[in-house]
Design a protein around this ligand. Structure first.
Ligand SMILES: C[S@@+](CC[C@H](N)C(=O)[O-])C[C@H]1O[C@@H](n2cnc3c(N)ncnc32)[C@H](O)[C@@H]1O
Length: 322
């Protein structure tokens, strides 16, 4: 059996018998006026963060969500789009599609604004999406892509890139891990399927995105997620796993490389009203300007004593250079 099949089996079981401790975090879930999330959806929250951000959802976007789970985030997306088939949900596990379909019926009873028809569920694989090229404004996945091994991750990202319109965005939430994991952990198909042993260091995760062509990357959140300890897992050292929320935008790749926003800001504190680096960045006196890592490095290279560059907060929420 391949690890992809093991993964499907794990989620078949998780669809038939909801498993509250699987994947999800105890982070508070979105509370929005008039939005009631059925208990069963909360119990089937198999994600590790949020991919739903109102900032991505203006102008009536066509939304794709891959790996539906219990349907909670699709309901949250539908809260913003509120039209028939506004959100496409794709999953490769029949039982998960069936469970989410049932959960949407429950959501209808609890939310008078919601109709199951707002979500179009499709059987399909993240590695071969049943979705047309250039047809999606916002694509999302939560806690699925970290399971994929290198070549499959590449395929899954290429598929997302293919279906997105120019300037469309892929919003993702996944575990990440800066420590090396041993082969026993890496090759344990069940731990991988449970989102515990497939995660990459953040830099590699970002590189996988820029390698398929996404020109802009936003690191929106980075939080503690899990510990793999020697008593419970096949490891000699304690391994700390985080979860990250990342958006990858299908902007053209700049000639000098991708713009990766990790939450850095530059502040000019010289004597003039502003500083213009003549490369498209104007820093107003004592006003922070969010900068991508590339611009932060270029400003640092100026070796001036009147520009402060902050560390990455890993909490970029829009605006700034590029
Ligand atoms: C960890 S769960 C995450 C569910 C949901 N995103 C959430 O946040 O609750 C992974 C989901 O991906 C689905 N899945 C597993 N392998 C898949 C594949 N190759 N293609 C599409 N979906 C897949 C599973 O059935 C499950 O719904």
């Amino acid at each position: 059996m391949s690890y992809l099949e093991t993964t499907r089996n794990v989620y078949r079981d998780a669809a038939l018998t909801p498993d509250v401790g699987l994947c999800c975090t105890t982070n508070p879930i979105w509370e929005l006026p008039g939005l009631k999330i059925p208990k069963i959806m909360q119990e089937m929250n198999y994600g590790c963060g949020s991919t739903v951000n109102p900032r991505d959802l203006s102008n009536n976007p066509k939304i794709l969500y891959v790996g539906v789970g219990g349907g909670m985030e699709l309901l949250q997306f539908a809260y913003f789009s509120r039209k028939n088939d506004g959100v496409i949900g794709v999953d490769s596990v029949d039982e998960m599609l069936e469970a989410s379909r049932k959960n949407f019926k429950e959501a209808e009873l609890q939310n008078n604004w919601f109709k199951s028809d707002f979500v179009e569920l499709k059987k399909g694989d993240a590695l071969d999406l049943p979705v047309a090229d250039n047809s999606i404004d916002v694509a999302a996945q939560n806690c699925l892509f970290n399971i994929f091994k290198t070549e499959d991750l590449k395929k899954a990202l290429e598929e997302m890139y293919r279906v997105l319109k120019p300037h469309g965005r892929l919003v993702m939430s996944d575990p990440s891990c800066e420590q090396p994991m041993n082969d026993e952990l890496r090759n344990d198909e069940r731990l991988r399927a449970l989102c515990l042993s497939g995660s990459l260091p953040l830099k590699e995760y970002i590189k996988a995105l820029t390698d398929v062509g996404f020109g802009t990357i936003e690191i929106r959140a980075r939080k503690p997620y899990r510990i793999l300890d020697p008593k419970h897992y096949p490891t000699e050292e304690l391994i700390y796993i985080e979860s990250v929320e990342v958006a990858a935008i299908k902007d053209p790749m700049p000639e000098d490389g991708p713009c990766v926003f990790t939450g850095k800001a530059a502040i000019y504190y010289g004597d003039e009203d502003y500083l213009d680096d003549k490369k498209g960045h104007v820093l107003l006196q004592n006003q922070p300007l969010a900068v991508c890592d590339k611009t932060a490095a270029a400003l640092a290279d100026l070796n001036r004593n009147d520009i402060f560059i902050s560390e990455s907060t890993f909490h970029y929420d829009g605006g700034g250079c590029c």
